[in-house]
Write a protein that binds this ligand. Structure first.
Ligand SMILES: [Zn+2]
Ligand SMILES: [Zn+2]
Length: 108
């Protein structure tokens, strides 16, 4: 199936714009069957509008939003150095700095 550049009319500003072959292919790979109703400028404007109003409809495609990983301050059980660990240190469980962790891992 081959594509051709199409000229469409924006439903917002009534300007005509090109729905390029590249965009058509992109649309198809994303499974969109409708042609865009708005020119790129109006689409962009709507997008940024949505973002500023705090809606998070963006990223529904499962593109993995990962929250920043929290590090907890801890003191190494082996050398007593202050360190941080990516999990909450529990009472009675030894916490090691990265150097000692490597040693402990190897010796076990
Ligand atoms: Zn427009
Ligand atoms: Zn240590």
């Amino acid at each position: 199936m081959s594509f051709q550049d199409k000229t469409l009319t924006c439903s917002d500003c009534s300007k005509s714009f090109t729905f390029s072959v590249e965009e058509q292919e992109q649309f198809q790979t994303r499974g969109y069957t409708n042609e865009p109703k708005r020119c790129p400028e109006c689409r962009q404007a709507r997008k940024s509008e949505r973002n500023t109003t705090g809606g998070n409809s963006y990223g529904n495609s499962g593109s993995g939003y990962t929250p920043a990983r929290q590090n907890y301050p801890a003191v190494c059980s082996d050398c007593g150095k202050a360190t941080s660990v990516p999990f909450e240190p529990r009472q009675g469980r030894p916490v090691y700095c990265s150097d000692c962790y490597r040693k402990v891992k190897v010796s076990r």
